[in-house]
Design a protein around this ligand. Structure first.
Ligand code: COA
Length: 202
């Protein structure tokens, strides 16, 4: 059976932050994120969703256990690092609903939850906003990165099938410590966008 999905908003988000922080640290250790996560930092970061009245977390559960989650919020409630590339391209952040991350424990993958995460976030964005676009960001790693697994296909085809288009001119930067590194380094992330209303992509 695939996990059960529930959309949490408002005051329903704060109680699950510790579980989400742990899940993110576990899942994002893998390629291409290689994130040497810190749960205390994660809990602070995830407050952004608890504090945003129109944010949602789609939670995947197996019985009582949280095995996956997918986040979204209006871009206007995101940090300057995320909104800056939109402002630089004169795209009004008020037109964009930002999809944070999807994480699913490995033993629950391949049963349609990733597809359902997108459908649930798009439904939430349409129900709670008049945003024209959904957008998310994907880390760019050099083609010759030593940790790249051989034969890795990545998620580009999956995102394209969901109707998203890579916008090469929209790049933001985020810093984190890669597994095995001593210090944080900054990484570029490219945005992918989809029209929710039929408005042409900027
Ligand atoms: C992304 C993720 C949530 C997808 O979850 P999932 O439940 O396994 O996905 P689904 O079963 O709905 O499969 C969706 C599609 O993606 C493909 N797919 C899933 N995981 C894939 C992977 N790791 N590599 C390549 N393709 C993958 C499936 O073949 C399927 O193809 P379709 O479009 O023809 O249906 C999950 O793989 C995950 O947690 N990955 C690690 C974190 C991550 O990369 N998150 C995304 C960016 S934040």
């Amino acid at each position: 059976m695939p996990p059960t999905l529930t959309t949490r908003t408002g005051g329903q988000i704060a109680p699950i932050i510790p579980a989400l922080a742990a899940l993110r640290c576990q899942v994002f250790r893998d390629w291409p994120y290689l994130y040497d996560g810190d749960e205390a930092y994660e809990r602070r970061y995830l407050r952004i969703y608890a504090d945003s009245p129109r944010a949602a977390v789609i939670v995947a559960t197996d019985g009582d256990e949280i095995v996956g989650a997918s986040t979204c919020l209006p871009l206007t409630d995101e940090t300057d690092a995320v909104t800056a590339p939109f402002l630089a391209r004169r795209i009004d952040p008020a037109r964009v609903f930002y999809f944070g991350e999807s994480v699913l424990r490995e033993d629950h993958r391949g049963r349609g939850t990733g597809v359902a995460f997108f459908a649930a976030r798009e439904a939430h964005a349409r129900a709670s906003s008049v945003c024209d676009f959904a957008a998310f960001a994907s880390v760019i790693r050099p083609p010759d990165h030593p940790a790249r697994p051989s034969g890795h296909t990545g998620l580009d085809a999956f995102w394209t099938r969901r109707g998203y288009t890579r916008r090469d001119g929209l790049i933001c930067h985020m810093a984190w410590k890669d597994v095995g590194d001593a210090a944080e380094t900054e990484k570029p992330l490219v945005f992918w966008m989809k029209s929710l209303t039929g408005a042409p992509l900027p």
